[in-house]
Design a protein around this ligand. Sequence first.
Ligand SMILES: N[C@@H](CCC(=O)N[C@@H](CS)C(=O)NCC(=O)O)C(=O)O
Length: 336
Amino acid sequence: MSPPQASQDFMILHHFEASPFSEKIRLVLGHKRATWHSVHVPRILPKPDLMPLTGGYRRTPVLQIGRDIYADTRLIVREIDRRLPTPPLVPAAQAVSVRALESLGDQQMFLAAIPVLLSADGQRALTAQLGADGLAAFRADRAALFASGDAGAPDAQFSASIWQPSLMALEAQLAGRAFVLGAAPTLADFALYHPVWYVRGNTGVADALNAYPAILAWAERMAAIGHGNPQPMESTDALAVACDAPDFEPLMSAIEPSLAWAAGQRVQVAATDYGSDPVEGQLVHADTERVVIEREAAGLGRLRNHFPRHGFHVAPAGSVSGHRSPSSSVYTETAS
Ligand SMILES: N[C@@H](CCC(=O)N[C@@H](CS)C(=O)NCC(=O)O)C(=O)O
């Protein structure tokens, strides 16, 4: 094992242990042999020490570097890759495959895994882990999460249409390959692995993966990558880091001229799929991959919030509430 890669950057990951998207990032940090700071956030709302940083964005994980806050693993991964380019996560010759497989893992397999976890067998294991009240609180929280945005909570039919066919395809893809696109892991591996990790971590449903020996062997290789060098940090210390940071991180460029917005415009940015609470601020940067807003955070001064363009909607401030009425969902129905 070589020593941790030196980094000038003070990366703080706000995450919780059982979060699949956090596991995606923890492993990317491990792959980069990064030293990073680890702040545990609550699994369900409220998140009183996170919200001042994110301006209302509630999803997990979040990356913080000083007074710059990065939402969504699609952007977090690219930010880590930009700062720690070796080994590369998106080899140029595989860029299209990586991008497509990232969406399969993050947008389809993750959502398809949820009804698997909430099946009768999965719920038994979750009850043993969280207690009946803990599970009820978790389900109510996630029902509210999926009440905004256009994805809706995934149901058993959606899950059946995605989960097994994707596992079968992944099993075939891994035949004779150590990783999804060849001998070395790429972002495709991290994005496809975290939903598998989620299901594998639930003793009620993990056995169903025994039908996929190549996936299990790959999962062992993925787990062996590890999490790099995490340094535990208190959430209040992360707030102090934001407050004390002398300046923002340098922006890569000005607003890309073909886009519809102007620097200084007040906008709100919200996820389109779920957890669509809008974050409001002044636009300071936008390009084809990311949008950055600046806002005043009570007690912390001015912060910058970075979002990926993919999966987020930018609109003039005050125009979108982000919410729709909760409806019946996999979180509110009884497992059969
Ligand atoms: N597209 C987001 C999805 C993140 C996501 O769905 N995370 C889950 C946890 S794994 C979440 O936010 N759950 C609600 C919460 O943590 O408040 C990303 O890539 O970061």
